[in-house]
Design a protein around this ligand. Structure first.
Ligand SMILES: *[C@@H]1O[C@H](CO)[C@@H](O)[C@H](O)[C@H]1NC(C)=O
Ligand SMILES: *[C@@H]1O[C@H](CO)[C@@H](O)[C@H](O)[C@H]1NC(C)=O
Ligand SMILES: *[C@@H]1O[C@H](CO)[C@@H](O)[C@H](O)[C@H]1NC(C)=O
Ligand SMILES: *[C@@H]1O[C@H](CO)[C@@H](O)[C@H](O)[C@H]1NC(C)=O
Ligand SMILES: *[C@@H]1O[C@H](CO)[C@@H](O)[C@H](O)[C@H]1NC(C)=O
Ligand SMILES: *[C@@H]1O[C@H](CO)[C@@H](O)[C@H](O)[C@H]1NC(C)=O
Ligand SMILES: *[C@@H]1O[C@H](CO)[C@@H](O)[C@H](O)[C@H]1NC(C)=O
Ligand SMILES: *[C@@H]1O[C@H](CO)[C@@H](O)[C@H](O)[C@H]1NC(C)=O
Ligand SMILES: *[C@@H]1O[C@H](CO)[C@@H](O)[C@H](O)[C@H]1NC(C)=O
Ligand SMILES: *[C@@H]1O[C@H](CO)[C@@H](O)[C@H](O)[C@H]1NC(C)=O
Ligand SMILES: *[C@@H]1O[C@H](CO)[C@@H](O)[C@H](O)[C@H]1NC(C)=O
Ligand SMILES: *[C@@H]1O[C@H](CO)[C@@H](O)[C@H](O)[C@H]1NC(C)=O
Length: 719
């Protein structure tokens, strides 16, 4: 949309004669630039400048004794009238002066990406001036938008962008009756409440772009938006809308972009409605409560590029004619109850697909060969369905894959799988969780490639075997999860050659030996900078219906194995650690004082070992420690007090008869064992469960979380 072409001419046609005229106008413009703006216009600009607390250096050129047509950000017409004020990203602070509305020839005002605050003088800006384009997005403007008081003459305003500010309150309704030229309105990312604006198109027949996403609009989606026959873009995601998509909405047959993710919408998608939107290129209705089947008529949307229907209650089979949407790039159907054999759909005609995301559905059968014709695929997630069988050798055509997640299915032959996956040179994330049950983790040296792999998750597969040497070649590995298998042997020394590894989870296996001295050398965990590194991965919250998760931090989890030996003082070197879990092993000796040096620790689990001695009292200096458990050891002496220790439940210390403390049954300095009152007991049981829930949630959800994160990153790259 280019509603406005040149400051000297409002013509928008493009015939050769006009182009000649255009050239003449340029010359005129240049020639006329010597004539000076009026003193009155200059004074209005100086009023604006006076309202700024921080002018971003404007004052250097904005001087009273010079021609204001030459000031920074100002453009004038041939007759020295101010037509444009373009001051985006200048670091301006302060308020927007209503006097800008007194510039009678002003066409374009762009103040986006500054730090302007206070109200928007909409009344003055649009009622007295000739403004066509007004962009004040990405500022700190606040307050409510007033209805325009005078409702007589029509306004030339075509584009209004007030997005990403702090506006609140109801959106004006009557104001738009005089905006007969309005083409685009962007009110997204504010805090507007009440009913969504809708009645533009009765007065503005060319209205084409409406974005009110990321607000707090509620109620139902207004049906009269369907009157907008020229509407191309409609974005209303991340509000509180409820009800269904009104039938009338589908009369807006020019729609190319229809998006209402993350609302409370419900109902079914009607075949007869969907088919009316034949120009649709992006359909995003994710994170709502839509139900029923995915309508067959989607297959007739020839221009469809992105289909986002994830996190709803859709069920049944995918429409077979989906293969007719040959422009599809993204299919996102996560968290529904979709089922059936994908083999009935011909994916080979969808050669532009870059993302297929089917996480958490009930799809079954083998993975259809035709998917392997989609050679542009960068992300494929089949996790948590009912797929089975071996991967076909033709899968090696998916050489663009960056993200592959197939866990939670009944796939077989992990050896075969790795021999295929090794040809995915660009793969950075590979998750095989909960598949290939009871097979042997291949140790075959010919598994190579995968040089770019950063995240490898093979947890929960009950795999036999050892930690294979080919892992040592994955020099970019940051995260390795082998938990919940039946792996044996020792942890090899080469683990320290993985220079980027900051998350290692080998819990619940049958590893043995004195592991710790090896792990004390892990470079990323020793690095002081790691904290920043892992904080940089702060990931969007992911909700999987049971657990909520936030971040992936430096972690060492070797719980539930057969490790022996003492915890060496060198543990204090692993400064980056947020989580250390050594529980359910056979560690002996004392808890080293140096563990108090791990100031980033949030989780420290030492329970069910054979630890003796006292609990170092300086542990109470670990300010982030929120989970701590030393139960079932042979510790003695006093439980530390103060700091986070005032928040830990008794159950953290259970099963250490020689421990004493004010809250424990064994008080320090008294030999008498006080019986535990029943009420305390039930609290303890409850807390036990809570702690288990938290810990379990953390490790269960991480795989899914990680998937989500990486996938989200990929999406950002693609869009
Ligand atoms: C600008 O200059 C004019 C005279 O040249 C003077 O009247 C006016 O007050 C000045 N404005 C400011 C803001 O200094
Ligand atoms: C600026 O415009 C407003 C109307 O919006 C008018 O009331 C006011 O007198 C004008 N000021 C000047 C100095 O022209
Ligand atoms: C305003 O300026 C910014 C930065 O140059 C630009 O991205 C934006 O598109 C402009 N707004 C309009 C409506 O042209
Ligand atoms: C504001 O929105 C308009 C219309 O959607 C758009 O043309 C303009 O580029 C946006 N401005 C910024 C800074 O994104
Ligand atoms: C509206 O503005 C936001 C930024 O505030 C931008 O991300 C979005 O793309 C714009 N919408 C349209 C339709 O241009
Ligand atoms: C919303 O606005 C804030 C503040 O300007 C910005 O940081 C954020 O990226 C915007 N969000 C969207 C979705 O545009
Ligand atoms: C659409 O797909 C169906 C089922 O795959 C097929 O029979 C039909 O010929 C396709 N129609 C067009 C127009 O391609
Ligand atoms: C894939 O996209 C390209 C351009 O993005 C387009 O030219 C081509 O027709 C598309 N392929 C198919 C099979 O539609
Ligand atoms: C792998 O990634 C590189 C760099 O991003 C890219 O140039 C290359 O085309 C990718 N390879 C494949 C097969 O997609
Ligand atoms: C696994 O696949 C390989 C081919 O990659 C094959 O040689 C082997 O027999 C398969 N193993 C089983 C148990 O089917
Ligand atoms: C722990 O910190 C103390 C004081 O900061 C230091 O003397 C000691 O060497 C550290 N221990 C380890 C194992 O890093
Ligand atoms: C704990 O240590 C004692 C004494 O050294 C030993 O008898 C016992 O077997 C150990 N228990 C475990 C679980 O390792």
């Amino acid at each position: 949309m280019r509603p406005f072409h040149f400051p000297c001419s409002r013509s928008s046609s493009k015939s050769p004669a006009d182009l000649l005229g255009f050239a003449v106008v340029i010359v005129l413009c240049l020639a006329s630039s010597t004539s000076s703006c009026t003193d009155q216009d200059k004074s209005f600009l100086l009023q604006f400048l006076a309202g700024l607390l921080e002018d971003g250096g404007l004052a250097v050129s904005w001087r009273n004794d010079t021609n204001c047509c030459k000031w920074e950000g100002i453009t004038c017409s041939a007759d020295a009238m101010i037509t444009e004020i373009l001051l985006a990203s200048k670091g301006l602070e302060g308020h927007i002066s209503p006097y800008l509305g007194n510039l009678t020839a002003l066409l374009r005002l762009n103040l986006s990406h500054n730090l302007l605050s206070g109200g928007l003088p909409l009344e003055e800006l649009v009622s007295s001036s000739s403004i066509v384009i007004l962009d004040v997005s990405f500022n700190h403007l606040s307050g409510a938008l007033q209805e325009l008081s005078v409702q007589t003459t029509t306004r030339p305003l075509q584009v209004l962008n007030i997005s990403s500010n702090l506006f609140i309150g109801q959106f004006p309704f009557t104001t738009w009756k005089v905006m007969n030229n309005l083409v685009a309105l962007n009110a997204s990312n504010n805090s507007f409440t009440g009913k969504a604006p809708s009645s533009f198109c009765i007065s503005a027949p060319s209205f084409a772009v409406l974005d009110f996403s990321f607000n707090q609009f509620g109620g139902s989606i207004p049906p009269d938006i369907g009157n907008c026959s020229m509407l191309r873009v409609l974005k209303g995601g991340h509000n509180n809308f409820n009800g269904d998509l009104p039938d009338e909405l589908f009369n807006a047959s020019s729609l190319e972009y229809l998006s209402f993710p993350n609302n409370g919408l419900n109902g079914v998608l009607d075949d007869a409605n969907i088919i009316k939107l034949s120009k649709l290129s992006i359909l995003d209705l994710g994170q709502n409560m839509f139900s029923g089947k995915i309508p067959k008529s989607i297959g007739q949307l020839k221009r469809l590029e992105e289909l986002h229907l994830g996190q709803n209650d859709f069920y049944g089979e995918l429409p077979l004619n989906l293969g007719n949407c040959t422009n599809l790039k993204v299919i996102d159907l996560i968290f529904n109850n979709l089922s059936g054999d994908l083999g009935k759909i011909n994916f080979s005609s969808l050669s532009n697909l870059t993302t297929i995301d089917l996480l958490m559905n009930n799809f079954s059968g083998t993975v259809p060969e035709s998917i392997y014709a989609c050679t542009k695929l960068t992300a494929l997630r089949l996790a948590h369905n009912n797929f089975y069988g071996e991967f076909s050798p033709t899968m090696n055509r998916l050489r663009s894959l960056i993200f592959l997640s197939i866990g939670g299915n009944a796939f077989t032959n992990i050896t075969n799988a790795f021999h295929i996956f090794k040809s995915f040179r660009n793969l950075t994330m590979l998750s095989l969780e909960e598949s290939f049950a009871h097979e042997i983790l291949p140790e075959d040296e010919t598994i190579d490639g995968l040089q770019n792999l950063q995240h490898l998750a093979i947890g929960g597969c009950s795999l036999f075997g050892k930690m294979p040497a080919w892992l040592s070649k994955l020099r970019n590995l940051e995260m390795l999860r082998l938990s919940d298998n039946q792996l044996t042997g020792s942890v090899p020394v080469w683990i320290n050659n993985l220079n980027f590894l900051f998350y290692l989870d080998i819990s619940n296996n049958s590893f043995t030996g004195e592991i710790l001295r090896t792990l004390m050398q892990m470079p990323m965990l020793k690095s002081e900078k790691t904290v920043d590194h892992s904080d940089a991965r702060v990931l969007s919250t992911y909700w999987d219906s049971k657990y909520e998760y936030r971040v992936l931090r430096a972690a060492l989890n070797i719980a539930r194995n057969g490790f022996i030996g003492v915890i060496p003082a060198e543990i204090g070197q692993l400064k980056a650690l947020s989580m250390l879990d050594l529980s359910f092993n056979s560690f002996s000796g004392e808890i080293p004082q140096a563990i108090c040096n791990l100031t980033n620790l949030e989780v420290l689990q030492l329970s069910n070992n054979n630890l003796t001695g006292t609990i170092p009292s300086e542990l109470n200096m670990l300010h982030f420690l929120s989970a701590f458990n030393v139960s079932n050891n042979d510790l003695e002496g006093q439980v530390p007090t103060g700091g986070q220790f005032d928040t830990f439940d008794n159950s953290s210390f259970d099963g250490n008869p020689k421990l004493c403390g004010a809250l424990l049954s064994h008080h320090c300095g008294s030999a008498k064992v006080v019986p535990v009152p029943a009420s305390t007991l039930s609290t303890m049981q409850f807390s036990d469960k809570a702690i288990f829930g938290i810990a379990f949630g953390l490790f269960f959800a991480l795989g899914v979380l990680l998937d989500q994160v990486v996938l989200t990153k990929l999406r950002v790259l693609q869009l």
